[in-house]
Design a protein around this ligand. Sequence first.
Ligand code: LLP
Length: 386
Amino acid sequence: MNRQFPIEQLRKLPTPFYYYDLALLRKTLSAITNEVAKYANFEVHYAIKANANPKVLSVICESGLGADCVSGGVVRASLEAGFPSDKIVYAGVGKDDWEINLGLDNDILCFNVESLAELEVINELAALKNKVANVAFRINPNVGAHTHANITTGLAENKFGISMEDMIPIINKTSSMSNVKFIGLHFHIGSQILEMDDFVALCHRVNELQDLLDEHQIYVENINVGGGLGISYEAPDSESIPDFEDYFATYAKHLKLRPYQTLHFELGRAVVGQCGSLISKVLYVKQGHNKQFAILDAGMTDLIRPALYQAYHQIDNITSDEAIEVYDVVGPICESSDVFGKDVRLNKAKRGDLFAIRSAGAYGEIMASGYNCRALPKGYTSDELA
Ligand code: LLP
């Protein structure tokens, strides 16, 4: 049993749903803003792709963070939540014309451009509006990260960004275009990264590229190192806030920022991961051969991470104090991969118990699908239930 959940209030809501602990979210945001305040020229944008629940977004927006967007829909969500347009950056390998136009109409801070073809389209669309779009180039740094293969993005084989060899030609090309202005370089090596050495490797690569740019008298105002800081899925209670001090200090120490430069970060999971849990009801306890199954009303349609990345999420039976038993915790979807955890030690479960699947604030609700004609899960916050 985990006593931090408001069980009585949760019991009244139709399951499954996401529950967001906004007190933890606010503490996490203060930890970030306090660390960032130590450095004159660091700016953090929240990567909205991790969680775009409007109630969560409004708390993040209040903290003063900017927004990192990956589609027109996300740009719209960021504007609706109140993020100022001059704090919005927009990356993505395949931006459609309407998405670029939305960014142009709202004068966003920067398009993180991923190909020459895209740069040309932004230039044309900006010309039609008599505007000049700020662009940064997303460079593929060919730096691997110690994380799941599906969420590493900075290797040469990945579809993202522009190769290092093409960096100077594309920057030079920009100077002959009237409706785009080159303002920065962008990088992102992957997600759920816990080894600071991976970020150190990125810093070294950025330093090398900056030295090369100096030789060509190319000066860059903004360096954006993306996101990727991981969270502790193993210990959501004792390690509920990531080590932001170490993270920002790593960049301060290893990245040779020029005095006129701003260093941007795009953190998603580290901001929202620990504040969210998927709350689900036990439908049945089924005795199998040599094992028992706790069958939940939540499935991979509500939280796809275990099925897609073999991700571990701690599971708590928040309504039982009985002795520990071992269960395979599964969902109701017609797929063998619809499993939240195997051999999970839990307080003895019975029909109607509530389980909390922890550390589900990032890439949980936002990745839910309607597979099996299921309804999308709702999200409730601690503020609403108080
Ligand atoms: N910036 C860019 C360009 C990104 O592609 C991402 C995430 C971020 C920032 C934020 O990364 P974070 O700080 O959250 O690691 N669905 C996967 C994660 C995909 C991450 C995609 N890009 C998962 O559930 O683990």
